[in-house]
Design a protein around this ligand. Structure first.
Ligand code: SF4
Length: 165
């Protein structure tokens, strides 16, 4: 039964490597730095991107060798994808780990690689590089809110995490 489904509708632990990589919508949100409050454990999001992120396209400029330059770049797996609270609610890996469908702007659904940008989900053109940012604490833009906020963000018109409310 599962074999008849498109791979992005199958359980994520059944995907092969190629299918797993293809699940990424290319938003670039996971490539933004976060700041953790040491006392409360709360995660704050910044508009500061990893030095490898192409700020115009929201793509990693050296994805195959990224761990050589950024050793702590996290490798998402079917086991970790559902347990990372800092992943954006729109992240394809997080959605599929939770058994949720991909949004209509995901390129696998609509066939348009540009739709993630048009929907306001990607960080392309909206963030700065860590090479020029200075202290991350000066660039906090969005603490993740409650579930209501997450639902709002999944709407194309919803606020992006790097936009101040
Ligand atoms: S947040 Fe998720 S969908 Fe967006 S670039 Fe990162 S891994 Fe891909």
């Amino acid at each position: 039964m599962n074999a008849a489904k498109p791979f992005w509708e199958r359980p994520i632990d059944t995907l092969n490597r190629e299918e797993w990589e293809a699940l990424c919508d290319g938003c670039g949100q996971c490539c933004l730095h976060k700041v953790e409050d040491a006392d409360t454990g709360e995660i704050y999001h910044t508009n500061v991107a990893c030095k490898l992120l192409n700020l115009k396209t929201a793509q990693c400029s050296d994805y195959p060798r990224r761990h050589k330059f950024v050793p702590d770049c996290l490798k998402l797996t079917p086991k970790t994808a559902g347990n990372l609270a800092w992943l954006p609610p729109s992240c394809a890996y997080r959605l599929r780990a939770d058994g949720e469908p991909l949004p209509e702007w995901h390129y696998l659904v609509c066939g348009d690689r540009e739709a993630v940008h048009a929907a306001g989900i990607s960080v392309a053109g909206k963030v700065i590089s860590e090479t020029v940012a200075g202290p991350l604490e000066n660039h906090i833009v969005w603490p993740y809110g409650d579930d209501e906020d997450a639902e709002e963000y999944l709407e194309p018109e919803g606020p992006a995490p790097w936009e101040s409310k």
